[in-house]
Design a protein. Structure first.
Length: 94
């Protein structure tokens, strides 16, 4: 099992993806509806490939679900977490 660390113990990395202002506002709105929303991050991972395109899986995760190997980046008030094995294939996505 991977060692887990609190998000504040891991430095934020340079962004590898971009999020439009509209999408960011919508995501923050959804997270704010959750009881523990102030602790949640958005996880983006590659779930597979279909017709030559990556399929992405999105989830709201708590600090206990973040591995030290995961890439973490800030988008305003939103923390985005990308599992290490997905970083290369998420880089440059919007």
């Amino acid at each position: 099992m991977a060692e887990l660390v609190a998000p504040e113990e891991t430095a934020m990395a340079d962004p590898v993806l971009s999020i439009t202002d509209t999408a960011l506002a919508r995501i923050l709105d959804l997270i704010s509806d959750e009881p523990d929303g102030d602790e949640l991050s958005l996880e983006i991972r590659v779930a597979g490939v279909r017709d030559g395109q990556f399929n992405y899986e999105l989830a709201m995760i708590g600090p206990q679900d973040i591995s030290p190997a995961d890439h973490r980046e800030a988008h305003g008030l939103l923390t985005v977490v990308i599992p290490a094995e997905s970083v290369e294939n998420v880089t440059g996505a919007t």
